[in-house]
Ligand binder design. Sequence first.
Ligand code: GAL
Length: 411
Amino acid sequence: MAMAPSVFAFPRLVCIFLFFIAIVTAGAAPVSNLGQREEIKRKLMDNGIGLTPQMGWNTWNHFHCDVDEKLIRETADAMVSTGLSKVGYEYINIDDCWAELNRDSMGNLVPKASTFPSGIRALADYVHKKGLKFGLYSNAGTTTCSQSMPGSLGYEEQDAKTFALWGVDYLKYDNCDNSGTSPRERFPKMSKALLETGRPIFFSLCEWGEEDPATWAPGLGNSWRTTDDIVDSWGSMATRADLNDKWASYAGPGGWNDPDMLEVGNGGMTTEEYRSHFSIWALIKAPLLIGCDIRSMDNATFEILSNKEVIDVNQDKLGVQGKKVKKDGELEVWAGPLSGNRVAVILWNRGPIKAELTVFWSDIGLSSSTIVDVRNLWKHKTETSVQGKISAEVESHGCEMYVLSPSGVRH
Ligand code: GAL
């Protein structure tokens, strides 16, 4: 399933990055795939949010249906007390399993009494008081994927009004129990209903990439899943990065490709693998939605999730998704342009043994004479006046991540 970009894909990428040469050497306007983005922008969902990829936390990857209001409150507390909110994480999102199986006599969704006795409104208020935002989940079908609560199909306006009334800032909208009909018929109804509430609600489409949503979802939502569910393993994570890569040109401020939520801290990968996971997600402008228990995360997890320099790449205002630009067996270079005439680069060793990786300026469209300052985002060190290439010994399944800036320019 993994996309293996051939060397023949290279010239096109080189062309894209050739623009970047111009920037670095002549200080011209920064490069991006603006032509296509401008085209898409006119069709973007008009809610004014999602100008950078969403950052926050979601219950599903760690807790699945084992969720209650105490968990949500404690997680909101931890988001602030750990300092994660300070580096940009803002959404506290409940996934599936928060409602009773049956609507009330008026057709309203009912929070599950045994797990959310105080109701959703009270919980959203609690989260808001912490300076955070609150997200909820529903489904464009009759019941949700867990089959434990109703979906919103046929109730889009009513449910959107309920969500707005409760103070919901984010809706993840799933695709189960849909009688085989196209998401292109069902998702626009919720998109419109949310807009009509007048409350800015981040709309996250989750139809698992089945109908190539990158090609139609920018007009409906702020992000769209490009893959089926991630699991907490190296193979699953790396495959999702590859599957997502082909849609890079469709992402940009207001609408993002979503290769699924982070597994960092859940225990199924090594620290090196989690560092690669986080670095690649940042570079490809994926949503940074934490999926572990942040109340009890260890230091290594915190160090990864709170790396502000890596987060800054993800949240860069230019909003251009980085891509795989070179592949030599299992040794890969991923890169993409940033604002301020900079470029982000990852050397990713997907092989089983430590190896030396090199990115030549020609791999990322720079002329060999270009001189840059190289910031290593994991070692937090800068090397000045670098010309031609960067080489590094990279651990198996690990990566090095850099930002290259025009030499002598402070950022
Ligand atoms: C899946 C979705 C997951 C999670 C789950 C809940 O369809 O891809 O991210 O939301 O449903 O049941």
